[in-house]
Design a protein around this ligand. Structure first.
Ligand code: ATP
Ligand code: MG
Length: 574
């Protein structure tokens, strides 16, 4: 198990006003959080109202809600602009008969139009289904078919990937582009927005009415439609305060695409529920563009992912010197385990703690996190946020003592918990197979101070010569080696040892693959971690297979290794 236990980075001194973890945990109850919402009394709710209109009506109308830029565009919209744009889009949808409960999908790159449409869908009480722009025909079709979507908003470029003739229930295709051909269910976004009035009634909903459907990123298999309800906002708003540490004047940048849950829960809902200024950068990753974005908008709170931090780390610290990053106050990470080496580098490169946060599409909001008031133990996901109880269970549902590796589980229920897996009640039930618990599918252990340590997906845990080894520990040790940019570790079946550890490694620039380097890297893990954790096989790859949200797809590595079918690849990067 992890050998980084002893290392602690103290809580941020720059956040003296944060209540200590113990205070939060001791006095917490969800009802106090609910009372902060106007709908606590009325019972009627709509996410779009709480995230946009409420601010426009309460003195934040002229405050910037959205800063958007890419290589061609540079635009800003106030909360009142957003209110009017989303009203217009709601009116477009109503004109075509779209109403409460309908599923409306959004399939386009990050642009302001995505955000207008997204919130406009919610205003009419429909359920929004985001699709990552890079999905190909089959991926799009599978999701539209499974969800029974009646409408999709897309761009003229992506339109050809929407196979309308094979989707009888898909009645409307709203196209963002120039000179859009209309008729036969095709609708010109810009033309109809221009004709739509800027006032609209909001569809008032119940807390248990639908909000969003996410088809998960598919790291482990076929994507499933995870369905969330309006009630999730309680937790998305509150975690914005205690985990993202959002305050009135913050300029917040979440780098996640809304095709994934981070890009909606924490790229849209949480910042806007908290009324802060939200930054969206279109286009692809580059260190220059990213640091330039922080400098340009004076970003204060930055939420990104391990893969991005690893790439920034590989890009070196010289590039950092060219930018003014002094606006940053709080930096967070999600999506994959955050290697301790990256946390250490963050301290040196940015002089900031990178706060790891663990949660899943299914949980709807943060579960186990490091937040400003807590000391960080690099390599640990942190502790359950107030209101959340987590434990490690064995395979029969018994709670395990500290330091025993097992199933990471969350006590049910919590406000943002998924309410169903669309069309798949059996899959839903699986998560709740032990009464009173949600079983995450991740493997972890807890230390005696209640910090949780991620080991890997349950299916990825390696059994070698009777020892259980989490791939994450090995990968984290590997990326400490100066030659290693990224590493994916799998168990390869072996007649004697059960499994052996095999590492796939992409090298940093300037390093060439060689057998000597393999031996040196294996030795490095042996000395730094343990003999049984050292990879017996190493293979160098130019790139590791990743989901489009940046997660290493270990099941694909394993399938390659064993010459097995790779399964659903709809979410893999180019
Ligand atoms: P699928 O469920 O379709 O296979 P996925 O699990 O990658 O895809 P998400 O819901 O986006 O889809 O990701 C949640 C998973 O990502 C977690 O179960 C965990 O394995 C991993 N993860 C997220 N955040 C962290 C983190 N901070 N540390 C370690 N792992 C993380
Ligand atoms: Mg998952």
């Amino acid at each position: 198990m992890s050998n980084v236990q002893g290392e602690i980075i103290a809580a941020s001194a720059s956040n003296p006003n944060m209540q200590s973890y113990e205070n939060w945990a001791g006095n917490f109850n969800w009802e106090d959080v609910e009372k902060q919402f106007s709908w606590y009394d009325t019972g009627k709710v709509n996410m779009a109202y709480e995230a946009i209109d409420r601010h426009a009506a309460n003195g934040r109308g002229d405050k910037v809600a959205l800063h958007y830029s890419d290589a061609e565009r540079d635009e800003s919209y106030t909360y009142d602009d957003m209110r009017r744009k989303t009203n217009q889009f709601a009116n477009v949808l109503r004109k075509h008969g779209i109403q409460k409960g309908d599923r409306v999908f959004i399939f386009m790159p990050r642009t302001p139009e995505l955000y207008f449409s997204f919130m406009g869908v919610l205003k009419v009480g429909a359920v929004v289904g985001p699709l990552f722009e890079a999905f190909m025909e089959t991926a799009v079709k599978d999701r539209l078919e499974d969800s029974g979507a009646v409408a999709i908003v897309t761009t003229s470029t992506l339109l050809q990937r929407v196979k309308r003739e094979e989707l009888p229930q898909l009645k409307h295709v709203i196209v963002v582009g120039n000179d859009v051909q209309t008729g036969d269910g095709l609708i010109d976004f810009h033309a109809e927005m221009a004709d739509a009035v800027e006032e609209a009634d909001i569809e008032w909903l119940e807390r248990e009415d639908g909000l969003i459907m996410h088809y998960t990123s598919g790291s482990t298999g076929k994507p499933k439609g995870v369905y969330h309800v309006q009630n999730a906002m309680i937790q998305q708003a509150y975690s914005g305060k205690i985990v993202l540490d959002l305050k009135e004047d913050d300029i917040y940048w979440c780098t996640g695409d809304p095709g994934w849950v981070t890009g909606t829960a924490y790229g849209i809902f949480s910042p806007w529920l908290n009324g802060v200024t939200n930054v969206v950068r279109g286009g692809r990753f580059s260190p220059q563009d990213w640091y330039g974005t922080i400098e340009k908008y004076k970003v204060t709170v930055w939420y990104s992912a391990p893969t991005a931090f690893r790439m920034l780390m590989s890009a070196g610290n010289d590039v950092i010197a060219n930018f003014d990053l002094s606006s940053l106050r709080h930096v967070l990470s999600v999506g994959e385990p955050l290697n301790p080496e990256v946390v250490r580098w963050g301290m040196k490169a940015y002089n900031h703690r990178i706060h790891d946060t663990w949660w899943m599409t299914e949980t709807g909001a943060h579960m186990i996190c490091n937040y400003p008031a807590m000391p960080i133990k690099p390599g640990s996901m942190g502790r359950p946020v107030p209101g959340i109880e987590a434990a490690i269970l064995d395979d029969r549902g018994n709670v395990l003592p500290p330091y025993r590796m097992g199933n990471l589980a969350i006590r049910t229920p919590w406000p943002a918990m998924m309410r169903k897996v669309w069309n798949n009640p059996a899959k839903y039930e699986e998560y709740f197979r032990f009464s009173g618990w949600y079983i995450s599918g991740d493997s972890a252990y807890m230390d005696e101070e209640g910090y949780f340590w991620f080991q890997g997906r349950v299916d990825d845990v390696i059994n070698t010569s009777g020892e259980r080894v989490g791939p994450f520990d090995v990968e984290s040790k590997l990326v400490e080696h100066p030659a290693v940019a990224e590493a994916g570790v799998i168990g390869k079946p072996d007649p004697i040892r059960g499994e052996i550890i095999k590492a796939f490694i992409s090298l940093r620039e300037g390093y060439t693959p060689s057998d000597e380097l393999k031996a040196e890297i294996a030795q490095f893990v042996k000395q730094g971690l343990s003999a049984h954790s050292a990879p017996r096989e190493i293979e160098f790859k130019d790139k590791l297979p990743k989901t489009r949200s940046g997660k290493i797809m270990r099941r694909v590595l394993k399938a390659w290794e064993l010459s097995l079918p790779t399964g659903d690849l709809s979410t893999i990067e180019d």
